[in-house]
Design a protein around this ligand. Sequence first.
Ligand SMILES: [Zn+2]
Length: 208
Amino acid sequence: MRLVLIGPPGAGKGTQAKRLSQSFSVPHLSTGDLLREAVSKKTPLGKKAEPYISKGELVPDNIVLDIVEEKIRGSESGFILDGFPRNIEQARELDLCLERDGRKLDAVINIDIKEDTVVERLKNRLVCPKCGAILSVKDVSSTWICPRCKAKLKKRADDTEETIKNRIKVYMDYTLPLLDYYRKKGILIDIIGEGSPDEVFDRIVKSL
Ligand SMILES: [Zn+2]
């Protein structure tokens, strides 16, 4: 199974990718995680990426691409990509890389969700600085204590209504052409991202 997951911040992409990975026993490749792993293992590509990450800058396309390529080459069972490709150039490179091994993508899942829902979710999002749990203001008591490790939960600095709207706009600008690209290839599947993670997961599994 070779899948790509696309969706705006707050759509639950990471959550769904993890569940798909467990259900179908294929690795979940998140570009953020792969970059962090390459840096911590000090691989040749990790060493190239490190200066950008330490300065908080975007890692250039070609380095991200090489890291992704290395991983998907080594994965016989397939993969679930999350956070890549982010633009048409990367999508073409991914196709070329797969074609070289006589493979292709099975499907691209687009988690479609209303802007209001995303703003609402992210505005209410709380993260645990100690164990990394992600929760909603609605699911915890007013004291904001992590149910897992009892640390004090925090809001992320960039989860304000204004920055959320800006992040969605940036996402739309680079993603709409990408969706067209995959739609023309006939492999794009639109999934309604409203509702609980269970409901969204069921829709994805039924569509495959
Ligand atoms: Zn915690």
